[in-house]
Design a protein around this ligand. Structure first.
Ligand code: UDP
Length: 396
């Protein structure tokens, strides 16, 4: 499987991974996160863990469990950390601690290296025994709500190193070494591999799309940070000037309890606007995601807050220009005026939707640049190499 990267990124890039992995051959590595499916972290781990095994590392992936209350609390932490404001239930910290204890009593954590992904399982570090512990943060922690950050920081300080997705997320109130590793996509997965025009069209038709008219797509969980209502507004503004159809494809994640409520808000915002397709598909609908991204003329990721936004690289890799929110890791991927456009409001998004839909040659030029940008920076093989380097550079 890893050899299949050779034609995509060249032999030297693949070779360098094997050279680094040689130094780590046989070590045991555990990844822990909070959902097996849905969202970017599960997507990355499902690709990275098998690749680690292929280069000789005994890598495993485990998922913590929790009840509805725990995931409500962790979602409130997630929002508070990214938004800089929040409201905490009186017993949030106790609920969090209780579920760390429960998971600690169930999970064996005896590994040479433990990667803990995001805040949900961060508290497992309290009972670390052996090995290097690395906290991998996938969200924007540049402007966190202080009470939640102070609580989390107490745990983070006990790690040997921290990984963030963008240089702008680095924190100067941590004494722990920090590394910057942008996430990545797997160009060979069902979600990203080349598929035939026939398959794309078959899937678009199945969901009621008209292949003779422009298509705008956003693929995202129904989460306010992804601004689904803003996407609808931008599309409605666009419709006054150019024809088109909108597909908003979302799926649930077990660690995100707000999905249903946000879906309803979006449905309401879409009332009376023609050609809006809000699709709720199971989280493993990879072929459908591939087809909707490939079938789009323009892809949007109009997030208000974003850790990285894998969907941006997924779309750029498929040669699509992306209109992305000017936040978090999106500017690493959307280079304004080159691979797409960065926006802060629905009105700006409307402006660029109209511009792109009217200019096919610009769409194509941006799409080509986007694909090369992803090839050079955001493919799994690069992230694998960065993880291996981080293990080597982290002092246990
Ligand atoms: N995704 C999906 N189906 C959906 C919505 C999202 O498969 O209906 C995938 C998407 O293709 C991407 C991941 O979930 O691979 C979302 O990652 P991203 O970093 O964009 O956002 P997150 O959900 O982690 O905030």
């Amino acid at each position: 499987m890893i050899e299949k990267f050779v034609p995509i990124v060249g032999e030297d890039a693949v070779d360098s991974v094997f050279k680094i992995a040689e130094k780590l051959r046989g070590i045991s590595v555990l990844h822990v996160n909070s959902t097996p499916k849905g969202g970017g972290v599960a997507e990355i781990l499902s690709k990275l863990v098998p690749l680690m095994r292929e280069v000789g590392i005994n890598a495993e992936w485990k998922v913590i469990r929790g009840d509805e209350e725990f995931f409500k609390v962790t979602k409130s932490f997630h929002n508070a950390l990214q938004n800089g404001t929040g409201q905490l239930q009186g017993n949030s910290f106790e609920t969090y601690k209780k579920w760390q204890e429960i998971n600690l009593s169930e999970l064996p954590l005896d590994y040479d290296v433990v990667f803990i992904h995001d805040p949900q399982p961060a508290g497992l570090v309290t009972q670390r025994k052996k090995g290097k512990w690395i906290w991998r943060c996938h969200i924007d922690i540049s402007n966190p709500f202080p009470p939640v950050w102070e609580f989390l920081r107490g745990y983070v300080e006990r790690y040997d190193s921290v990984i963030v997705s963008s240089p702008v997320f680095g924190r100067d109130d941590l004494s722990v070494p920090q590394f910057v590793i942008p996430p990545s996509i797997d160009p060979l997965s069902v979600k990203n591999k080349e598929i035939s025009r026939f398959t794309v069209e078959r899937i678009l038709r199945k969901f009621g799309l008209d292949l003779d008219r422009p298509i705008v797509t956003q693929v995202s969980r129904f989460d306010r940070a992804k601004d689904p209502v803003g996407v609808i507004r931008a599309f409605a503004g666009m419709k006054k000037h150019v024809d088109g159809q909108l597909v908003y494809l979302g799926s649930p994640a077990t660690d995100d309890p707000e999905g249903e409520e946000v879906y309803k808000e979006t449905l309401k915002a879409a009332e009376g606007i023609k050609d809006v397709h809000l699709l709720l598909l199971p989280p493993d609908s990879d072929l459908e995601v591939n087809a909707f991204q490939r079938g789009a003329d323009v892809v949007m990721q109009k997030s208000i807050k974003e850790g990285f936004g894998l969907t941006v690289s997924e779309a750029l890799w498929k040669g699509k220009p992306v209109i992305g929110g000017n936040t978090g890791g999106i500017p690493l991927q959307v280079i304004h005026g080159h691979t797409g456009f960065l926006v802060s409001t629905p009105e700006e998004a409307t402006h660029y939707l109209i511009y792109l839909l009217r200019n096919r040659d610009i769409r194509e030029r941006m799409g080509k640049m986007g694909r090369e940008h992803v090839r050079n920076n955001f493919l799994t093989i690069r992230e694998l190499r960065d993880y291996l380097m981080t293990i080597l550079l982290t002092k246990g």
